[in-house]
Design a protein around this ligand. Structure first.
Ligand code: TMP
Length: 236
């Protein structure tokens, strides 16, 4: 596969064209941002861990019947993925209260829900990714009802799989954010990443935070948390 010109640079990844019009290469950076880019930093080694962890999980999800954009890992930081147009919705699943949920509703973090919840944010940096409901998403033509129903079904299936897989590694999956894309034929597939940048991971026994909240909240040992997640999930 030939890596060609850069198409896009996001906060945590770059995207390059290839000689195949249906395939692009994502290149994971160590750059970290929070609060819509207001806070900036570097988490050394994060790009490698997020690339490898995302690919490990996408391969397993694909095998369990959830279509993903994953094609092939090319190097420590680079992966070939199917070219998609991203559905501009951040899909957030929560198993326990934390983060913006706790803030919005004035409740402590760590309340376990009887059923997982789902919510959507409109992916628009200029607007600060506002919370959006499905009616508004359809009204704005961000997705159709059929696409939203499929996305919900996939997102809960991802949660079932991830929760179980992480529990086997001694990790509570608190919440996470997914993004979906559309292939040129309209097929909806899981895209973006699944990593400590996009999930909340708590140690089952100690409750220790092993995710990007260590960066967001200045808790220290940020690199150590990413490395610990890599050890638990990838054995390295
Ligand atoms: P929140 O509690 O801040 O809404 O975050 C919910 C989950 O979504 C959490 O696991 C972190 C993840 N997330 C992202 O991946 N990107 C973002 O921009 C935000 C705000 C949250």
């Amino acid at each position: 596969m030939v890596k060609k010109e850069q198409l896009y640079e996001g906060k945590a990844k770059k995207v390059f064209a290839t000689d195949d019009p249906q395939v692009v290469i994502v290149d994971y950076k160590d750059d970290a941002t929070a609060f819509n880019g207001e806070k900036k930093g570097t988490i050394t080694g994060k790009g490698v861990i997020n690339n490898q962890m995302t690919n490990h999980l996408m391969r397993k999800l694909e095998a369990s019947g959830i279509p993903t954009h994953y094609v092939e890992e090319l190097s420590e930081r680079e992966t070939a993925v199917k070219k998609v147009s991203i559905v501009p919705l951040e899909v957030i699943i929560r198993n326990l209260s934390a983060g913006s949920f706790s803030k919005r509703y004035g409740v402590e973090e760590g309340i376990a829900f009887e059923q997982p919840t789902i919510e959507f944010s409109y992916k628009d940096d200029a607007l600060g990714d506002p919370l959006i409901n499905d009616y508004h998403a359809v009204a704005l033509k961000l997705a159709t009802w059929e696409e939203i129903e499929l996305i919900k079904k996939y997102a809960f299936a991802v949660n079932d799989f991830l929760k179980k897989t992480l529990l086997e590694c001694g990790i509570t999956l608190v919440d996470f954010k997914l993004e979906f894309g559309k292939l040129s034929d309209g097929t909806i597939v899981l895209a973006d990443e699944i990593s400590p940048d996009t999930c909340r991971f708590w140690d089952v026994k100690t409750g220790e935070k092993l995710d990007k909240d260590r960066f967001r909240r200045d808790l220290g040992n940020v690199e150590g948390a990413y490395q610990e997640m890599s050890r638990r999930l990838l054995g390295k």
